[in-house]
Design a protein around this ligand. Structure first.
Ligand SMILES: CC(C)(COP(=O)(O)OP(=O)(O)OC[C@H]1O[C@@H](n2cnc3c(N)ncnc32)[C@H](O)[C@@H]1OP(=O)(O)O)[C@@H](O)C(=O)NCCC(=O)NCCS
Length: 200
């Protein structure tokens, strides 16, 4: 049995950002990223606002005692919501998440990936790396997962940089999201522990 974490436990702070578990009121930032073709260029087709609203019932779901799911990302200085981030099972044969894998008492039987979408105004300021690194730390401190993966379009160099600055390594091209040529990254618990061991 996995101990459930509260909303406050799942609220992640960084110097400049606050990551909160996705709630229905975060439909605004969900639309801001998912309906913008510039944000979705390397991810999927941009969604319609109606489709985002219909999908919020899934976007607020969480699994493994709350540890797996989506977060909304807010700038602490302005209070503006600037993006979303995920720890979610990577779909292989489908182009979207299988929300049925999110169940309260166990981890999904799949690779768990970190991912993020930011509004264009927030690019180029280090926010994505700050959020991704915090989610990765949460994953190794608050879950029992042996590794975290990430997937990216081979041409999405800005995202590759975010992942590598967050400690993930390229592991090669494999199938995901129903495409055969997706670039995968990973970070094992052993590598993360070695990089974060407390030195006297
Ligand atoms: C992918 C994406 C998240 C990358 O965002 P990003 O802003 O480039 O990434 P970072 O947060 O690491 O910011 C890095 C840049 O901020 C700059 N920067 C400015 N202030 C900074 C600070 N205080 N700290 C760190 N970096 C800072 C860095 O110099 C770097 O600029 P450069 O790219 O010109 O070298 C963003 O382009 C995005 O949301 N794209 C659409 C969605 C997407 O593709 N998601 C990934 C799917 S796999």
């Amino acid at each position: 049995m996995i101990t459930p974490l509260s909303f406050d436990d799942l609220t992640l702070e960084t110097d400049r950002l606050r990551l909160t578990p996705m709630q229905s009121e975060d439909v605004d930032v969900s639309k801001a990223v998912l309906c913008d073709a510039r944000v979705m260029r390397y991810v999927n087709d941009a969604m319609t606002p109606d489709a985002v609203e219909e999908d919020m019932i899934n976007s607020v779901k969480r699994g493994a005692g709350g540890r797996i799911g989506l977060w909304a990302i807010t700038r602490k200085d302005t209070g503006a919501k600037i993006g979303t981030s995920v720890l979610m099972p990577v779909p292989i044969e489908d182009d979207d998440y299988d929300w049925s894998l999110l169940v309260p008492g166990s981890y999904p039987d799949a690779n768990i990936e970190v991912g993020y979408l930011f509004v264009p105004d927030a690019w180029g300021q280090g926010f994505a790396t700050e959020a991704c690194s915090r989610i990765v730390r949460f994953a190794f401190e608050e879950t029992l997962l042996p590794e975290i993966v990430a997937t990216a379009d081979p041409e999405n160099v800005n995202s590759h940089n975010v992942l590598q600055k967050s400690g993930l390594q390229k592991i090669g091209i494999k199938r995901a999201y129903a495409w055969d040529d997706v670039l995968w990254f990973d970070l094992t618990r052993d590598r993360w522990s070695a990089a974060h061991e407390t030195r006297p």
